[in-house]
Each structure stands twice: as structure tokens, then as C-alpha cells.
Write a protein that binds this ligand. Sequence first.
Ligand code: XIL
Length: 393
Amino acid sequence: MSVILSLHNLTNLAHFVTAVVAATVLSGCAGRPSSPPSAATPPTLKEAFSGAFRIGAALNPGEFDERDTVAWPLIPRQFNTISPENVLKWDYVEPRPGAFDFTVSDRYVAFGERHGMMVIGHTLVWHSQTPRWVFDGVDGKPATRDTLLARMRAHINGVVGRYKGRIRGWDVVNEALNNDGTLRQSPWLRIIGEDYIAKAFQYAHEADPSAELYYNDYDLDSASKRHGAVRLVKSLLAQGIPVAGVGLQGHYKLSWPSTAEIDSTIRAFSDLGVKVAITELDVDVLPSWRNQPTDVGRSAELQRTLDPYRAGLPDSLERALARRYADIFDVYMRHRAAIDRVTFWGVTDRASWLNNYPMRGRTNYPLLFDRAGKPKPAFDAVLDVARRPSIIP
Ligand code: XIL
């Protein structure tokens, strides 16, 4: 009996040591260690999904400068890849022609390196958060094709070149498509023409041949837009453009898109042989704004209707959010062979962009950590999925 007991204890000890060693390795060896693992430490997202894909978060300066003491300690513990929410966008890094300012983005990259995380760059060519001068020519006319191409190349070369070998993957072109799958009439398209996308990838590849280059967009779950993106990626690949993958933003609602649509979207891109990354995951729980009158900001009653959970999310919705996240991660797990990373667009509900979009000053609950940095029921639901055996269909 005593022999059996001590054998049993030994086995437990061996398991414990293995778990601690594994947790230490998984928590990233470079830089400052995360909090010491112990038998009582609950599993974390990055550990739970380590056999499937990386788990990431988009960060703001308060987080990577380690000033947001609620959010930042969660980051190295829970995540093994990071994206910059805003600090690598054009208006941040090149606000005036040729005047690059990398003070803040350098700190973002250094944070990722310090904690041994995969660092992502977002984004090089987009119609939004791009200064006006980029598209301006002389005498109030738009820039010429050659001028805009030269500016694009200089920008990409400056930014990608700065972080060569340090930023692993770039969202090269963001949101180039309309919902019907045609190309968006952005200044990029109007001034340069359809080949602006291929050019952007070429310039990024020149600046860092080892970086993974992504096309990134939202609502690719709706069939018409998805078909447009598939056509676009196929045509780029046929021209020999090094597109490594597609970024599915994943800005979802509680009941949109369906899991069948999410499934079809991932399958459509993995069938092309490119990597799939979920790049900006969150689940908006607030009533939709688009169908309401535009003077909503002036109506207290409409404000109450459109911002109903200021005092807290009702339990029923908290549970609905947890179920929704479980369903989403169930699809991701089935496609784990195709998915490279799943990145949330933020860490805690407090800093989510969805508190201010599409309407300012609301109280939204789209992420896995609450305003105090506490894991929500949705966090547990997601971890449960990691423990479930899923089959790749
Ligand atoms: C958002 C940021 O979260 C906000 O802070 C900013 O004010 C606007 O942009 N798709 C993207 C992201 O690709 O860059 C956007 O980020 C969210 C939608």
C-alpha cells in the first residue's frame, strides 16, 4: 500500500514538474518572466491553445508602456502575439512627408521582444488614418499615379525597413473591398489603379523579404465580399505576389455571422493554400446603430436604448456572450491546421474601440477580460473549448 501510495505521489510530482517546466517554456523565455506558475495557477489562453494557434491582442500605448496596471500584466501571461491598435498606422509614423516618427512604435516592438511575443505590424496601405497630404498633388489637384506610388514605396520602405527581422508579419493592405466584392473606390484605387495592391505587397517584400505579408479585411463572412477577396488573392498569387495569408478581422456580433459562414470563410482561404489569421476578434453586444436616426446623440431616450448596459451586462447576456465565444472557438479549433493566430482587438472591455464605435461613449463588453481585468465567463468558455477534442472536417 505504502509503495503504491508513494509511486502515486511520485507520478503526481512528475506531472507537476512537467507542467511547471512546460508553463515556463510556454510563457516565453526571453525577458522578464510572467508570474511564477504553480499548481494553483489556472491555465492561460496561450498555453491552452499552444497546440493549435497563437493567441494575441491589439495593444494601445498605456498597455505596452506598462502604465495600465490593470491590463498590461495580463498581456505576457495570456498572449504570445501582439498587434498595434494604432501606433503603426500612417498618421502615427509619417504624419508629414518623409518625417518619420517611431518613438511610440519602437516601444511597442520592444515590449513584444522583451516578453518573447510574435510582433505584428498593422497597417501599411489603408484609406483611413492616412494623412491628407499623401493623396494631394499640386494646385489642389490629386497626386499623380507616379507621385502616389513613390510616396507609398517610401512609406513602406521606411516603416517595414525600420523593423526588418523584428516584425514577423504585416497587414500590407487593409479593407480594399466593398461588400459586393468589388474594389473600394479609395484614393489609392482612384489615383493608382487596381495594381496598387500588388505594388504595396512588392514594396513590402523588398523592404523585408522574410516578413509574412497579409491582406486584411472585415465582413469576409458575407459571401459576396468573401468571393471578391478570394478573386483578389488568387489573382495576386497568379502574378507571383508573395501573399502569405489573409487576415479575417472578426468583428462579430452576438448572432452575426453564423458559425457556418465563419466556417466557409476560413475554408475558402485555406483552400487557396494561404495562411489564415483572425486579426481583430471581438463580439459587439450592443444594439446596432446604423438603422437609427442620425440625431441619436441629441436624444436621451435613444441613448438609453442604444447604450443599455452602462450599469453592467445582465447575466443572460453574459452567458450568451460566453456561448457565442465558445461557438466561435469551436470553429477555429476545427480549422486549427489552417489558422496561424487568433488576435483579439484589445485586452479589457474598458479600452475596446467598440465603446466609441460606431457611436461615441457607450459601454460595450466585447472581450474576455472585464473592466477590472478579471476573466469573464466568456474566458472560461473559450478555455473549455481548448480542452474539447475537435475534429478537422
Ligand atoms: C480602430 C482602433 O481600434 C481605434 O482606436 C481607432 O480610432 C480606429 O481604428 N479595422 C481595423 C483597425 O483594421 O485598424 C481599426 O482600429 C478597427 C477596424
